[in-house]
Write a protein that binds this ligand. Sequence first.
Ligand code: ACO
Length: 347
Amino acid sequence: MTIRRAHITGWGKYVPEKVITNHDLAQMVDTSDEWITERTGIKERHVRGDNDTTTSMAVAAARQALDVAGLTPDELHLIIVANSSPDYLLPSPANFIQHELGARCPAFTIAAGCSGWVYGLSTANQFIQTGAYENVLVIGVEIISYALDYTDRTTCVLFGDAAAAVVVQPATDGSGLLTFELGSDGSLAHNLWVPGGGTVNPVSQTVVDNREHYIRMNGQEVARFAIRKLVSCLQSVTERAGMSLADLDLIIPHQANLRIIETAAKYLNLPMDKFFVNLHKYGNTSAASIPLALVEAIEQGRVKPGDTIGLVAFGSGLSWAGAVVQMGVRETAAAPVNGNGHVKVPV
Ligand code: ACO
């Protein structure tokens, strides 16, 4: 029996125009371009403009992905949105995105922090393997800046806003999502969280005064976890695919911190040119990070038809997720080149 696997046939991205550089941040908190560059590799990040919403950013990325796949919104069977920064607490952004796109299919949101998009891709794969759905849109979108405390130098320098999306469809030629691993260790949850605004500690004047509606992070603990998981998750998804790390043409890690990626590369005994890195331009865009990097890797020709790529994420939860994806070789519909750097590549 031929296995149906989720095969990436369309991709798109949206990055807000507004840029905050390290120098800008140095005017706001006690930090410097040198510190941020040396400790993280980040030089600048994009943040939402007045007209950007979680929905509008996701829809812009999704429209490009649909164009590349040659699909119209009403041909979609499912929309999965990875997101932790919704337009409203209720309903989930997936419903707004579905409506705004003009799709009629089911839509839901996965909140798994920075691991969310790989969770979403793996979930899409299940629906495709069972034959339940054929055309699935998997979006990663974050306006994480809304949850940043711009008086806290330990967090506000790290994150940025973005959206990216892929269309997945069944492939029976052996390409597509080969293996995945999803993980959660809730015992570490309080190392990266927003302590106020939920049901335990609802929004109140005290919550706002204590700035508990913003992200709090134990950076060193998260960094240790991140390195551990980058290494072990990548090894395990590759082994399960019957491959060695050397067989991967490119690794797309979660774009949180260059030092984390460099340390993981050393443990894995891999050269840095095996890893795609764009965090210097965007910072950590959470659930949008891996799809944004994937889209840019395709646009830059770093991902080619037939390539095997490793994806590996870690984030709040603390959670992790990895996958091995083999890009297909069939031609996809042409997509327009536009101001957002969107180009068509046969995959
Ligand atoms: N500018 C200047 N100094 C700073 C800054 C800053 N922006 N931030 C912290 N410092 C100071 C600290 O206060 C500390 O000063 P002290 O020694 O006087 O106390 C000093 O720098 C060293 O701080 P550390 O926390 O030890 O710095 P470290 O080298 O660990 O780097 C960092 C901090 C970059 C946050 C690192 O720990 C890290 O990247 N952790 C992982 C974070 C991450 O990836 N989070 C996202 C997870 S994904 C998701 O789901 C959202």
